[in-house]
Design a protein around this ligand. Structure first.
Ligand code: SF4
Ligand code: SF4
Length: 320
């Protein structure tokens, strides 16, 4: 059951990391309309199952005043507010402490940071340390996301941050072959340790509203390379979004029966080459459900499997 969604406020970023899944950079212009974002967030008041709402980018601190407004609104809607950043703005401990104090007063519950070898050409490790130390001192939850590849594991990033990582919740993710990474990295760089057989989608708790309003069913980097959109936030509120997510047969099947169901179709009906090992289930998602391949699966989906559970009736509703 979904209990979280993330708003990708805009695509613009101060950095242009070699692995960026949304291919952000300073010249990007795509951005969501703030009034529509507010309406969408406000509509979550009717959905008790939604407990938290995140703001992300690009780099959300580039629109700091809007971020403050949205965090205040999220709090007033009765949800927890979280924020992702690359910490470019935290040029000193005092700067980090002051901004986080202000955001905490608005209602910020937690801050997430992205830092690793791939961010290091653009962001000083001191900036990230400043945010982690300030968050720790004011008892604000802080998390650090580190992406790794075969040549660049987590140790070098953690070492460069020193004692600041002591209290942070560190999450380590293997790099997915999508976005900039798919262009920039050799295929051997990916840490493919999972067998394709037996993979399930396990991230059904958070969805994303992307910088052009497209709603995607999770927050995984790979989902940006899929055609798994369930609609656009211009046409939906949170209640109807959750309903469409629940009734989407692709999501239902890959979370109920797992990827084996699709691997069988890919191998035996569609002649799609399925790797034996993958970075994670999400790599299969990007392979099977990209713009080109997803249409091929449409005619092989056995709707009886879905109908059986009374969730889905018309093929025309299969995809947005
Ligand atoms: S900091 Fe994040 S959003 Fe910005 S370019 Fe790097 S990976 Fe993309
Ligand atoms: S398997 Fe697909 S839907 Fe599930 S979390 Fe990964 S990208 Fe998202």
């Amino acid at each position: 059951m979904y209990n979280h969604f993330t708003i990708i406020l805009h695509r613009k970023c101060t950095a242009s990391c070699d692995l960026c899944c949304v291919q952000s950079k300073p010249s990007c212009q795509e951005s969501l309309d703030i009034d529509r974002v507010k309406d969408y967030i406000s509509s979550s008041i009717y959905c008790e199952s939604i407990k938290s709402i995140g703001i992300s980018g690009g780099e959300p601190f580039l629109e700091y005043d809007k971020v403050k407004e949205l965090i205040t609104l999220i709090k007033n809607t009765g949800k927890k507010a979280s924020l992702m950043t690359n910490a470019y703005w935290a040029t000193s401990y005092v700067e980090a402490y002051d901004k986080l104090t202000e955001l905490k007063k608005c209602g910020l519950s937690s801050i997430g940071l992205s830092y690793d070898y791939f961010h290091s050409p653009y962001i000083k490790s001191e900036n990230v340390s400043n945010v982690l130390l300030a968050a720790n001192d004011m008892e604000l939850n802080a998390g650090l996301n580190i992406v790794i590849s075969k040549s660049h594991l987590a140790g070098e990033a953690i070492d460069s941050l020193g004692a600041a990582t002591k209290e942070a919740q560190i999450m380590i993710f293997p790099c997915q072959k999508v976005g900039n990474a798919a262009i920039n990295f050799d295929d051997t760089e990916y840490l493919r340790t999972r067998k394709s057989a037996g993979c399930y989608c396990k991230k059904g708790r958070g969805y994303s509203v992307t910088y052009d309003g497209t709603i995607l069913p999770c927050c995984s980097p790979s989902v940006f390379s899929t055609a798994l959109s369930i609609g656009n936030y211009e046409d939906l509120d949170v209640t109807s979004t959750l309903d469409k997510l629940k009734r989407n047969p692709y999501l239902y099947l890959l979370r109920t029966y797992g990827f084996d169901y699709f691997i069988d179709i890919a191998r035996n009906k569609l002649d799609i080459e399925v790797p034996e090992y993958v970075v994670s289930a999400c790599e299969l998602c990007a392979l099977f459900f990209n713009e080109k391949n997803i249409k091929k699966f449409d005619s092989y989906i056995d709707l009886d499997l879905v109908k059986f559970h009374g969730r889905f009736k018309e093929k025309s509703l299969m995809r947005f």
